[in-house]
Design a protein around this ligand. Sequence first.
Ligand code: ATP
Length: 444
Amino acid sequence: MADTTVMDKLVSLCKRRGFVFQSSEIYGGLGSVWDYGPLGVELKRNVKERWWRSMVHERDDIEGLDAAILMHPRVWEASGHVSGFTDPLVDCRQCKNRFRADDPRLKGTPGQPDAQCPVCGSRGTLTEPRLFNLMFKTFMGPVEEQAAVIYLRPETAQGIYVNYLNVLQGSRQRVPFGIAQVGKAFRNEITPGNFIFRTREFEQMEMQFFVKPGTDAEWFERWREWRMGWHHALGLSPAKLRWHEHGAGELAHYARAAYDIEYEFPFGWNEIEGIHNRGDFDLGRHQEHSGKKLEYFDQAANERYLPLIVETSAGADRVTLTVLVDAYREEQVEGETRVVLGFHPGVAPIKAAVLPLVKKDGMPELARRVYDDLRRRFKCFYDDSGAIGRRYRRMDEAGTPFCITIDGDTTTAQTVTVRHRDSMAQDRVGLDALAEFVARGVAG
Ligand code: ATP
């Protein structure tokens, strides 16, 4: 199977089965904006919930936050986003550096094969110059004038920085501690594409960890380890995950160290999460621009300092795409191709399907009762149409780990058949033990 074919098949499966649709499709679609259908919204929610659980619920030293998308325009001056993205820009697709089109170091014509990147030296990797700001602009209030310009946030991190003292005071946390947030971000990307990999509207799962100067390198290493562990626990193939360290040319000027977690997509190795040691850049800039002291007072040591920040920043849509790509497989079963989304049961959109073997002999009524009981705890699906084999295949394509079949023995022996998605093996399980059986299967 050619690699591009895998993506084509996945995109078409996602549309057919209701994972992801192109935005405004009946109007011809909107470039690089996507909508999540019934299965996709469940999958992405599960990804986000696992992240939230591991960051906020399972730790004592991280608090959650939900900051607004609209922020004071001066936030983006302080962060460098306003000045950084308002000129004609040229991107290097190789090293991800961004240059002004009139940068004298650029050789050749950007967009053409002869052009050479002044940082990494690659040829043909520079995009054509484009005049725009990466941030989406709109107006606040009734008058559309320069003074009313406001931006859709291009990252969620700034909402965390500007609230760090509020959270610190309200939660009684002490440094080292972190703030986690999941939310929408918007970027008018120059080179969007690859389905939901790079989109103009997306969701980020970001955590900023505030540490005492001198301890940042140590925390940075811990966070690298924890984040890679999270992706493994999500069920992603470890052989398809690797680290990419930002070299001197790639590193943002303020960053002390930065690593990306990359996944091997059918279109190549690409970043799914960044872990950055951002030093005192963020709080320093906001302190300077707002004129408000953002120092932390360490009572025990009786000292004041500006905390340093270790950031972990992942895209919810990008991780969802990774989960889909990693799960997709085709198998030959009895001369037919079986398409399976072999999700980790914890992220699978539907945990169990309840299927009466035939539409008679009281089986649909009993199946409905089983379904109503299970759906109080898990996202389930009821299906009584078509041959049982076809119903199994439909659930394989949706990535449902368990198919529960109600048959003639269910009424007499009070047992059901549980068919496992991956092995296709079948177990006989008592009705009274069914919910616990599913719960054990989807845990972790
Ligand atoms: P890239 O180099 O791929 O554009 P980036 O280095 O600009 O990414 P960050 O600013 O570090 O990305 O954002 C952190 C995370 O947010 C990325 O690892 C990615 O998962 C996600 N992300 C960033 N931009 C997009 C986008 N346009 N669409 C979907 N997810 C995105």
